[in-house]
Design a protein around this ligand. Sequence first.
Ligand SMILES: Nc1ncnc2c1ncn2[C@@H]1O[C@H](COP(=O)(O)OP(=O)(O)OP(=O)(O)O)[C@@H](O)[C@H]1O
Ligand SMILES: [Mg+2]
Length: 271
Amino acid sequence: MGKIIAIVNQKGGVGKTTTSINLSASLGILKKKVLLVDLDPQGNATTGVGLERGDIKNSIYEVLVKKCTVNDAIVKTKSKNLSLIPAYLNLAGVDMELVELEREYKERNEPFSRITRLKEELYQIKDKFDFIIIDCPPSLGILTTNALAAADSVLIPVQCEYFALEGIMQLINTIMLAQKKVNPNLDIEGVLLTMLTANTNLGLEVIESIRNFFKERVYDTIIPRLIRLAEAPSHGKPILEYEPRSRGTLAYLNLAKEVIERNGTKEESVR
Ligand SMILES: Nc1ncnc2c1ncn2[C@@H]1O[C@H](COP(=O)(O)OP(=O)(O)OP(=O)(O)O)[C@@H](O)[C@H]1O
Ligand SMILES: [Mg+2]
């Protein structure tokens, strides 16, 4: 049974998409079958693994509003063992459409929940993958709520900066609410420190405060701030293809190994 991990933080620009892309590709190279689900209307994970807007036939939007089946929206990427359900801007209007659909279904006395749409779809294909990684948008709206209902666990990227913990309590409250209302088994997969600038005291202070707060949930791996990691998406490639020998590649491979370890299966050696 595949594990569904949502990459969540309502704060913008903390490394959710960079982590979604590179963790997914790294798990793939470590011989895990991975599905990356882009759940952000910005579609950055989609373009980041090399899919152009013009290449998209069906996206997560069509899946959520039942215009296509989940299987029809899955595409293979050029990366090893990595499939994708893409997203683009039409996803931004899904909220109102789901409300409307729910109303129509209720009128016909048919079951429909706009909160569990993603869960219902992903459960049909869970068996086909070892990991399903969901890249969430920077908000706690209907899309993130769907991710929290569908996921087995959440991975929280936290940027190594002064205001890192800002908004974290709100995120924790939202996770606890999801546990109470829709997903009692929802777990915290881990907390990932991202964009560490080398040799700054500030970075070290932030690391200490986050480790004090989240304890052993924090991964040993810290993602450094590297220009190559910021460049790779514009080439439509994960870092391990864009610059295989960079520190960014190593960092995300190490993260993938930690994720595999925490999930109790030993990673197989890199080909
Ligand atoms: N380790 C890193 N080193 C350098 N730049 C990075 C790193 N991680 C992410 N970035 C850059 O920082 C910006 C924000 O990263 P990213 O898009 O991954 O964050 P996000 O949390 O998904 O943002 P959003 O909330 O908008 O979805 C991007 O331009 C990205 O290329
Ligand atoms: Mg993003």
